[in-house]
Design a protein around this ligand. Sequence first.
Ligand SMILES: [Zn+2]
Length: 111
Amino acid sequence: MTPSLPSPRLRREARAVTAMIGRYCRDHHRTPALCSECSDLLDYALKRLRHCPYQENKTTCGKCPVHCYAPCQQGRIRKVMRYAGPRMLRSHPILTLLHLFDGLRRPQRRG
Ligand SMILES: [Zn+2]
């Protein structure tokens, strides 16, 4: 899946969220591909990313000062991140490292 996002920064965030939701779904729902609930959540996450006001200057979604998720989706993504975040270092070490660096960035709005 290659979401069409304007900046490498956002594409990396998209890869991270895709990997985390995938991991969570594999371990919890045990379906061969993403189950419908998780693919809805992923769609939602990618859509929010595309409309992110910070774009390439964004920090990671987990540290973002803007709470752009609807409350119910926010609860779901939090659960996924809490579970998959710590497990990502083993399965995606480089992506996780980059993600940690991205999290150090101060969010700045464009323009
Ligand atoms: Zn699932």
